[in-house]
Ligand binder design. Sequence first.
Ligand SMILES: *[C@@H]1O[C@H](CO)[C@@H](O)[C@H](O)[C@H]1NC(C)=O
Ligand SMILES: *[C@@H]1O[C@H](CO)[C@@H](O)[C@H](O)[C@H]1NC(C)=O
Ligand SMILES: *[C@@H]1O[C@H](CO)[C@@H](O)[C@H](O)[C@H]1NC(C)=O
Length: 299
Amino acid sequence: MVIMLWIFLNFAQVYSMCSMTQHCSQPPYQCDVPQAVSPPIPSFHENFTAPYACPTFLDQEVCCNDDQNSAMNYKFFLIGETFGHSVGGCDICAANIKLMWCHFTCNPLQSQFVSAGEQKYVPNPVSPEQKVLALLVNFTVTNSLACEIYQSCQKCPYVTQVSAMQSPQGFLEFQGYEGIPIGLAWVTFFLSDEPTSLDLQFLPCNTNVTTAYGYPVQPCTCNTCLSQCAASYYVAAPTTLEGLAWPVIGVAYLVIFVFSLIVLFSKRVWKCHQDKKKLEKTHYNSHESNGVSSHLSSY
Ligand SMILES: *[C@@H]1O[C@H](CO)[C@@H](O)[C@H](O)[C@H]1NC(C)=O
Ligand SMILES: *[C@@H]1O[C@H](CO)[C@@H](O)[C@H](O)[C@H]1NC(C)=O
Ligand SMILES: *[C@@H]1O[C@H](CO)[C@@H](O)[C@H](O)[C@H]1NC(C)=O
């Protein structure tokens, strides 16, 4: 029993590790370049002076310290001002982005999907002739995470205006690069469905909620959320078509579908038949005109 517990504790320790940290001389604005923690350290309990930037991890062991929590409060304000309703965007999209960065910075299993390397001078995306010192970080997430976060954000004005963000991978890559001046880290995303990749289920942007993961949100409209448009279309339909016999309609559609298949099929058979006839005719003709092609028809 004791041995099993010991194995379990060791096992939990190995997998509950932090790979990155950051300190700020004057949080939340003045921060040092984050650095890799090598070898990784166990997650820890921390008392935050500022409100929890990540209510998801309330009172849990985490990988983010007090400085990082303060800095995240500021960064999340910027995310709201970039993707949220105050700039004609969608709050659920903004909340999903916040949740993803929460896991990046605070998840106690950080070392499984966040790999921090060296600090390097890289072009500042705001003014590329200028160089900034940044930590190079690899962040591995699942394909479904990338897809869901993109779907919830793709109609936000900021996203529609940037051609680089027109795919799930592009959407994440752009943020990982544009975040350099704010996070002092260049985050490269990797999409992989390995069990250690970060996998999150996000709220679709058409969810009717007032809070998401502890962040207050306003519902998104069709102007900022693609699935909201589909929803209003499908929600509107039953109110006008109420009382119709849906099974009958279903069967009718099936019959039409099968019928069109038969028509299509018989057309093809007919055409094939015609072509064959034509071919035979030409063969026959050529056979008549010059007896040479007779052996061709045996092919
Ligand atoms: C956090 O606060 C609790 C209660 O105030 C205290 O017992 C604990 O030692 C503190 N932890 C840290 C890491 O400062
Ligand atoms: C990040 O990924 C690249 C490409 O696979 C690799 O060359 C590099 O060593 C990785 N960096 C870290 C810090 O894991
Ligand atoms: C959203 O939820 C609120 C309260 O639960 C409700 O009053 C409102 O009608 C809902 N809106 C939609 C569009 O379903």
